[in-house]
Design a protein around this ligand. Structure first.
Ligand code: GLU
Length: 304
């Protein structure tokens, strides 16, 4: 399969579409990004990767980092992780408070804001230096020490994150946060403010395509069984209330973020990351979704 040729062809097709999305202006620092940026990088498990466009430019991975957060907690707590957060799709927007009230402060899954906020609380109890330890973990997955938090984005989100502040307070009122709301949100805003390029992001997700092992270092991060479970959560919950649409049109487990990034994996084959800042109404990259739909359609290859 000549992936470089395929990516070049489908990028051309996607670039001719009029981009109907808008960037995530509710985080002021993200609003200033050039919305015409477009990058894609595909990394096969055992071959050199290839990219098109702005694939080596760093962007804010936002909610994509919730997958790293989940596996960090899952590695330490195992199945006990599921007592404070569920694994069912929410069918609601990423920042919804609605179910928290009817479900006693137990978020539906770890890939919506409420769920990731609870996982941050779990990690605050488990890690001696939570922000530094988490960043080191992400650097290990990416096999790259040049991964960092963008402090400007942290500050921007902390100043305007009223919905997340409300979510954390509601969860706390149900007794499902052990730590102070401010400390939990400080970790949460940092996690969302990790920056990576498409090239770095695809590499850091390769373990999910490779049965839980980082191909470059041969280090096992998750068992086969846990890898299956995390991939299932990405498939059913990775795109908020558009998870069904993504499964229907793309057919790969993945995760999106409001920075305009989407990462997806094809088990035993590759990880792919795409970045285009304009988002559709559900908060997923408009062109990124289109590109992945074209990829699996034109290569006749998805998990289904
Ligand atoms: N930091 C963003 C928020 O909490 C993450 C949302 C996302 O990427 O889906 O609103």
């Amino acid at each position: 399969m000549n992936y470089h040729q395929i990516l070049t062809d489908i990028t051309k097709k996607v670039q001719t579409l009029s981009d109907r999305g808008t960037s995530a202006s509710y985080i002021p620092e993200l609003a200033s990004i050039d919305v015409n940026k477009f990058g894609v990088y595909l990394k096969p498990i055992d071959k050199k990767g290839c990219g098109v466009g702005d694939f080596d430019e760093k962007f804010s991975i936002q909610s994509i980092a919730k997958v790293f957060l989940l596996i960090k907690a899952y590695k330490i707590k195992g199945k006990e992780s599921w007592t404070r957060v569920g694994y069912e799709p929410s069918g609601d927007p990423f920042n919804s408070l609605v179910q928290l009230e009817t479900e006693n402060g137990i978020p539906r899954n770890p890939l919506i804001n409420a769920g990731a906020i609870v996982v941050c609380d779990i990690l605050l109890d488990l890690l001696p230096n939570p922000k530094q330890d988490f960043l080191q973990f992400v650097r290990k997955l990416a096999v790259n020490d040049a991964i960092n938090y963008n402090e400007k984005i942290v500050a921007s989100e902390a100043a305007t994150g009223f919905t997340n502040i409300a979510i954390a307070n509601l969860i706390k009122s149900y007794g499902n946060l052990n730590n102070k709301v401010d400390d939990v949100l400080d970790l949460y805003f940092h996690v969302c403010a990790i920056e990576m390029s498409c090239q770095e992001l695809s590499k850091s997700f390769l373990l999910f395509a490779n049965g839980g092992i980082i191909p470059e270092t041969n280090e096992r991060i998750l068992s086969l069984s846990r890898t299956k479970r995390v991939n299932a959560i990405m498939q059913t919950c990775g795109f908020y209330d558009e998870a069904g649409e993504f499964a229907f049109k793309v057919g790969l487990p993945g995760k999106s973020g409001v920075g305009g990034g989407i990462v997806a994996i094809h088990p035993e084959k590759y990880a792919i990351a795409v970045w285009s800042p304009k988002l559709n109404k559900k908060g997923n990259s408009y062109k990124g979704m289109k590109l992945l739909e074209l990829l699996t359609t034109e290569t006749d290859s998805s998990i289904f």
